[in-house]
Unconditional design. Structure first.
Lengths: 309, 375
């Protein structure tokens, strides 16, 4: 399957170390799916500072909001999510009012760890009924992993009751062949380390979740020969003027980015047996929405290059 | 040059670094810790980032859940580091605070305890407060530098203690722990509906779970007071005049957005803002540079030893690379100016650190980063 074909699935979850461009990638996948006529939702979970606001210029609410043809955004605010969850999972209006109006239950639900995750996963399942594709811009890797582990833990912890049922449903959703997890990384040592750690942890702790691709964002394609590298190094020796130093710095900087990309790709493919797709370093000049368009185009190019070869 | 930042590391007892991921927050925490140790203080750098990259930036393979001294050579001060492991911290806490062996074992064996302590994302933030309190109150360090998880979770950390102490409200616990008859009575007094509530909870979570949970709370009961006291102390600690928050960001829009967000939140909560560190700033003066004028002579003297045309290709490449550098630097400059105006003219609290060549993962490069930040 070419990478971009995952937009024909039902659920794509995107995570990676903070600052790798998860949100831009999520928005780009959403855009590609919507362009294919699929009714698509790009979803953030209780984001205090939603990324889609910077991209689409509107504050995403709990209810999905159309920002382009077939393309919707939403942000799952926790209390609204809880209130919908309670009224769907528990029978009867009186019970719901009791649950939501009672400070004891509120504080129990608020504090018991794992509840937020369960409730959000249930909501993702319901949203999937209304959309052809849901793209979830998950939290950074550590916390995304904690969330993905929850259904398994729930099933182990609750021998009975509605929460167990919700856990089973969420687990089935994660393990469905139409659901995919995508990791976004950068060609930097520490980011590659964390990407490897996260990938292996997800393989171990969320068995059955389909995950085979790492997007290497802000990649640089090597452009200098050995000979040219040698020349650049020789030229750097003995340079005195600040202007010349700055020029050489610019050259070395780009060479370093190229080397780092090659190293990152090698480490990731060897260690994880995963497919690595490079997204080139792109200019931020045109603003966040333009960047999303460019990432979408790069994903299509990279995918067709791979299937062609 | 950066006198106010020096003042901060000389006078504060706790510095909390907040900011989005990928901006070198952990590296900055280690850098600040190293410089403070060089200035003669006894410093601990503590990371509660689940991604654990403190060891990387100190050039070590790993640092555990115990305080580890870092060899920084000849120095008056000391540098220590610790990475928080939630499960171990939880277990340690139970070991120390359980009134007797039976209670301790009952808790450690409880299914709910095991799940809570190891699996759920919220427990990281709860335990961060505990670990922080322990190290600050131990008096073993003159300065603790805390590295927090990336943006979206750092606020959970600020709120975790409030949430936990709300949950440990004796009225709430009482409903679970009172015998059923009393529960009904207590319920009427406190909320009016507790028996119904209890039945409801048991419906939602399943009867077996609720039994486990009550059992768990009962074993925990002798320790509640201690928990509550510590969490109130953490809250006081974060508001103390000897505590300050540093916002770390990189010169790109998403990370600056997060810095703005933190600035507002800290202000709203009345927490002390120690300044903004803009890390990874491209070293570029902004002027157009002509590679032929500046390097042409040096390049042609090298050409003889290389394939024909190499010199011209390299000079062209440097020109193009520098144009791209200027473009990026121009965007960065605008973003940094925005942040400066956000600080309402408190320009002396905005610190720029240029991007270093290569990555920071040994003491040598940390020293260079410290020189750029402080000198």
């Amino acid at each position: 399957m070419a990478f971009v074909d995952l937009i024909y699935g039902r659920l794509v979850m995107v995570t990676g170390k903070g600052g790798t461009g998860k949100s831009s990638v999520s928005a780009a996948l959403g855009r590609l799916a919507a362009a294919q006529g699929r009714k698509t939702l790009v979803l953030e979970i209780d984001a205090q500072n939603p990324a889609m606001k910077a991209i689409y210029g509107v504050e995403p609410g709990y209810k999905p909001m159309e920002v382009a043809p077939n393309l919707y955004v939403a942000n799952l605010h926790w209390l609204q999510n809880l209130s919908e969850w309670v009224s769907r999972v528990l029978p009867g209006g009186r019970v719901v009012r009791l649950v939501l109006g009672n400070p004891l239950i509120q504080s129990f639900l608020e504090v018991a760890p794992g509840n937020r995750e369960t409730i959000a996963l249930s909501k993702i399942g319901w949203l999937m009924e209304d959309f052809d594709l849901v793209v979830v811009d998950l939290a950074a890797s550590g916390h995304a992993l904690a969330m993905l582990e929850v259904p398994n833990t729930m099933v182990g912890l609750f021998p009975s009751g509605p929460i167990r049922k919700e856990g089973e449903t969420a687990l089935a959703m994660l393990q469905d062949s139409q659901s995919h997890l995508v990791l976004v990384g950068l060609p930097e040592d520490m980011v590659v380390n964390e990407t490897i750690e996260t990938f292996e942890a997800i393989r171990e702790k969320v068995p059955g979740l389909s995950m085979d691709t790492i997007l290497l964002n802000r990649s640089s394609v090597p452009s200098l020969t050995e000979e040219e590298h040698g020349f650049l190094a020789a030229l750097s020796d003995g340079v005195k003027s600040p202007g010349a130093e700055e020029l050489l710095w610019a050259g070395r900087w780009e060479s370093q980015l190229e080397e780092a990309t090659a190293e990152a790709e090698e480490r990731l493919t060897q260690r994880l047996q995963a497919r690595v797709i490079q997204i080139p370093r792109l200019s931020h000049d045109g603003g966040p929405q333009q960047l999303v368009h460019q990432i979408a185009a790069a994903l299509v190019r990279a995918s067709s290059a791979r299937t062609g070869s | 040059m950066n006198a106010s930042l020096r003042e901060l590391i000389a006078s504060k007892r706790l510095l909390v670094c907040v900011g989005s991921g990928g901006v070198g927050k952990t590296t900055m925490a280690a850098t600040i810790g190293l410089r403070a140790a060089r200035e003669g203080r006894k410093v601990l750098v503590l990371t509660i980032d689940p991604a654990r990259r403190l060891a990387n930036s100190l050039g070590l393979d790993s640092i555990g859940n115990v305080e580890t001294q870092i060899d920084i050579g000849e120095s008056q001060g000391e540098l220590w580091a610790m990475m928080l492991d939630t499960k171990t911290t939880f277990d340690d806490l139970i070991q120390r605070s359980a009134p007797d062996d039976d209670t301790r074992n009952a808790i450690l064996d409880n299914r709910i305890y095991q799940t809570l302590s190891a699996h759920f994302s919220g427990s990281q933030e709860y335990m961060a407060g505990e670990a922080l309190y322990d190290v600050v109150e131990s008096g073993r360090y003159e300065l603790v530098v805390l590295d927090t998880p990336p943006a979206k979770n750092a606020l959970d950390f600020l709120e975790a203690s409030a949430r936990l102490s709300k949950f440990l409200d004796p009225r709430v616990i009482g409903v679970f722990l009172a015998p059923p008859e009393d529960r009904r009575f207590l319920g009427r007094v406190v909320y009016g509906t507790s028996a119904v509530v209890f039945r409801l909870l048991s419906f939602v979570f399943g009867g077996e779970f609720l039994e486990d949970f009550t059992e768990f709370l009962r074993n925990f009961e002798p320790m509640y007071e201690g928990f509550r006291e510590r969490h109130e102390a953490v809250s006081t600690l974060l508001r103390s005049p000897t505590t300050s928050f540093l916002m770390v960001c990189a010169p790109n829009e998403p990370s600056m957005e997060v810095a703005r967000f933190f600035n507002d939140e800290l202000q709203e909560r009345g927490l002390s803002r120690g300044g903004v560190v803009v890390n990874q700033v491209l070293p570029c003066e902004g002027e157009a540079l002509d590679p032929n004028a500046l390097l042409g002579e040096a390049a042609s003297s090298l050409q003889a030893e290389f394939e024909p045309g190499t010199s011209a290709r390299i000079l062209a490449r440097l020109g193009a690379a520098h144009r791209r550098l200027r473009q990026h630097a121009h965007i960065e400059r605008k973003l940094i100016d925005d942040i400066r105006s956000m600080m309402h003219g408190e320009t002396n609290t905005l610190y720029e650190v240029p991007r270093l060549e290569g990555e920071v993962h040994d003491l040598g490069s940390l020293e260079r980063a410290a020189a750029l930040l402080f000198d």
